[in-house]
Design a protein around this ligand. Structure first.
Ligand code: GRF
Length: 256
């Protein structure tokens, strides 16, 4: 699957997409800011880079490339509807959407006194951080957090979540024989969280979902993981019941 990444700044998510490419290839990086630090990073990684300030110019480049997927990664412009309709476009945002869309999402969460924030990968439409949610990772807000410390912890999750979401899409695209997959059912496809309680409540919310362990976090996904162990959640399970099964999954020997 051929991916084009749009950036405006330092490009750490772009770098993570390039370094963790598996089942997809980042073929080009376009920045609307000619001095974006991310352009040098992409160049150093051997990826074709372009600086193009105008959306019309970006449209022309995309039309020449016809990528299977366009990933916005810190791209500070709203794409017009003709582009989001012509291409499959994803975005990453540093909050648990639909909460705190737009600018200064980390500060919004702190000012709101939220107990959690996190990051979201979603399909982009021409709205501000709207579009179907693909994956989320939750991060606990600590009492001493500043916007810098919280943003840094969220960013660590962004770097893991975005390549995971793109790999998921690549697998879907391959399964559909190269035709753009129709995303059916519930919006949320994947959630990553370090907290069993949140994993359990997301699993219940998603209906037919699977929870598996990945290091110190849980991944809740609508798709069945290829390898056990995982906890399958059937629609209608209560959070308490699922939590009990998630905890059992967490124990190395299977005990609670
Ligand atoms: C990230 O926090 C991303 O969620 C937001 O903009 C920031 C971009 O950072 N959309 P980077 O350029 O990927 O380092």
């Amino acid at each position: 699957m051929r991916v084009c990444v749009l950036i405006s700044g330092r490009g750490s998510n772009m770098e993570s997409l390039i370094r963790n490419a598996d089942g997809y290839a980042v073929e080009a990086v376009i920045s609307n800011k000619p001095d974006a630090a991310g352009l040098r990073v992409a160049d150093g990684l051997g990826v074709q880079c372009m600086a193009e300030p105008s959306l019309d110019g970006i449209r022309d480049i995309l039309d020449g490339m016809r990528p299977d997927l366009v990933c916005m990664a810190g791209f500070m412009r709203i794409l017009p509807a003709d582009l989001t309709e012509r291409y499959c476009v994803m975005n990453i945002h540093p909050s648990l959407l639909p909460r705190y869309p737009g600018l200064r999402a980390v500060e919004q969460a702190l000012n709101d006194g939220a107990a959690h924030s996190g990051c979201t990968v979603h399909f982009a439409d021409s709205g501000v951080d709207t579009g179907k949610i693909i994956a989320q990772a939750a991060v606990r807000i600590e009492p001493r957090d500043t916007s810098d410390t919280l943003a840094a912890r969220i960013l660590e999750w962004e770097h893991r979540l975005y390549p995971g979401a793109v790999r998921w899409y690549a697998a879907r695209l391959a399964a559909e024989g190269g035709e753009a997959p129709t995303i059916r059912g519930r919006d949320l496809q994947m959630v990553r969280t370090a907290e069993p309680e949140r994993a359990a409540s997301h699993a219940v919310e998603m209906g037919a979902a699977y929870v598996r362990r990945d290091g110190d976090s849980y991944i809740v996904s609508a798709e069945k993981p290829t390898t056990p162990p995982y906890v399958a959640v059937v629609s209608g399970d209560g959070v308490g019941l699922v939590l009990e099964r998630v905890r059992r999954l967490a124990a190395p020997d299977g005990s609670t």
